[in-house]
Design a protein around this ligand. Structure first.
Ligand code: AMP
Length: 427
């Protein structure tokens, strides 16, 4: 199968070929034709499946086919949960649209709004945005969504997790009712299904990987280990394996910083990426990781979401997530675009219940190993350690505590713009 048969314009095929893609990924094969027909889409796709091109290519095709006006109203809006993802999607829009007369822009919080406002004033066709900054600029009358023809909700599940439901609803009310809607999500909770039902019009369902199953190319392994020996074990694994590109997940920002310090002492080049880091620090860490100057990137779930790191060979869960779906997101960072990858989890006694939940979700027993000298503590309690609870007493995430404890419940949402801006900065 090649891109030539999908109905995309010559200008787009040229850009695809410049990117070096030869065959469309499964999600691209399934999503591009119905989007070109103008249909709504509900796509189940993790990061790493090529989903961004899956919606960007047909979106650009549609926009470039229709006549443009002298003053360009925003005709396509892509909403993303995080700044990193927004920046990445925007980079893709630029690349794929290189040979088209399409103007695009990206806006997100945590940086000065003035350059963003100046770009918007020139008139743009495609806007990529995080919900908080978008609403801020709409409230200041810099942006109108009255002419939007295509709405993309990227990583919709994460947007709900981060408490953006009310923002999304407000944004949607500002758009014409008649528009094309494309919704992408890695997982499908009841909340996501409800959101999809409210937004999408007879959507075509598209699936890249079966719901909540892990990508086959990824080999998964668990090391049972005493809690106090995790740091030494991870340093041994990375040093002995001479691994040069490892993404490590920790549950807390503090944990990420601490682990980085220990690694640095052991001579491993590591950097942390989480909500307390400035945008500049995060961009620098990611750049260093991509270029090979940094071998280990230690991240919390929120910060890692949407990072575009091609062909990542190793993902390590320093702690298991207490939301099982996060495990699927995390290991989805490896084995990307057909390459093989390895996902390792360091599991102490108190994480036994989390492991059981994850195995239930992915529908398989994950092979267990014990490294000599790093044995689990036979006397340690299997009682789950106290992690922050989400409403209803369920086990819950608290990995990036400021943002994740925010609820979808609108009554708990911050109401003022300044609150939202503050929160946007934390992501
Ligand atoms: P995404 O899931 O959109 O984050 O894309 C994951 C990675 O796959 C990115 O690095 C893309 O550049 C790459 N990619 C997307 N489509 C293709 C394709 N058809 N062939 C090869 N790589 C691709």
């Amino acid at each position: 199968m090649s891109f030539n048969t999908l109905g995309l314009s010559e200008a787009l095929l040229k850009a695809i070929s410049k990117k070096g893609y030869t065959t469309p990924s499964p999600i691209q094969l399934k999503a591009i034709p119905p989007i070109l027909e103008g249909k709504d889409i509900l796509a189940s796709a993790q990061t790493g499946t090529g989903k961004t091109a899956g919606f960007t290519l047909p979106l650009l095709h549609i926009l470039s086919e229709n006549p443009k006006e002298k003053f360009r109203p925003i005709r396509a809006l892509v909403l993303t949960p995080t700044r990193e993802l927004a920046a990445q999607v925007y980079a893709n829009v630029k690349e794929y649209g290189e040979f088209l007369d399409i103007r695009s822009a990206v806006i997100f919080g945590g940086v000065n709004q003035n350059p963003q406002v100046a770009t918007m004033r020139q008139g743009i066709d495609v806007l990529v945005a995080t919900p908080g900054r978008l609403l801020d600029l709409i409230n200041q009358n810099y942006i109108s969504l009255k002419r939007v023809e295509i709405l993309v909700l990227d990583e919709a599940d994460r947007m709900l997790d981060m408490g953006f439901l009310r923002d999304i609803e407000r944004i949607i009310k500002m758009m014409p009712v008649k528009r094309q809607n494309l919704m992408f999500s890695a997982t499908f909770s009841q909340d996501i299904k409800k959101l999809a039902h409210g937004i999408l019009n007879h959507p075509v369902h598209v699936e890249a990987t079966p719901e909540n199953t892990t990508v086959e190319a990824i080999s998964q392994k668990v090391y049972r280990v005493a809690k106090g020996l995790k740091t030494d074990l991870i340093i041994k694994l990375i040093s002995d394996g001479n691994w040069k590109q490892v993404l490590v997940f920790t549950r807390t920002k503090h944990g990420a910083n601490k682990l980085c310090e220990k690694m640095a002492k052991a001579g491993i080049k590591a950097a942390a990426i989480h909500g307390n880091k400035s945008q500049g620090a995060r961009t620098k860490a990611l750049g260093g990781f991509k270029s090979g100057n940094i071998s280990v990137l230690v991240a919390t779930d929120i910060a890692a979401r949407g990072l575009d790191i091609p062909l990542l060979p190793h993902v390590i869960n320093f702690e298991l997530p207490n939301i099982s779906e996060d495990y699927v997101h995390r290991i989805g960072r490896t084995g990307r675009a057909g390459a093989s990858g390895e996902a390792i989890s360091l599991v102490s006694a108190d994480e036994t219940a989390f492991l059981r939940d994850i195995e239930k979700l992915v529908g398989m027993k994950i092979p267990i190993e014990i490294m000599e000298g790093f044995e689990p503590d036979p006397n340690a309690s299997t009682e789950p350690e106290k992690r922050q609870q989400r409403g209803g007493g369920n086990r819950s995430r608290n990995n990036d505590s400021h943002t994740n404890t925010r609820k979808n419940n609108s009554s708990r949402r911050p109401k003022r713009n300044s609150d939202r801006r503050r929160n946007d900065r934390k992501l």
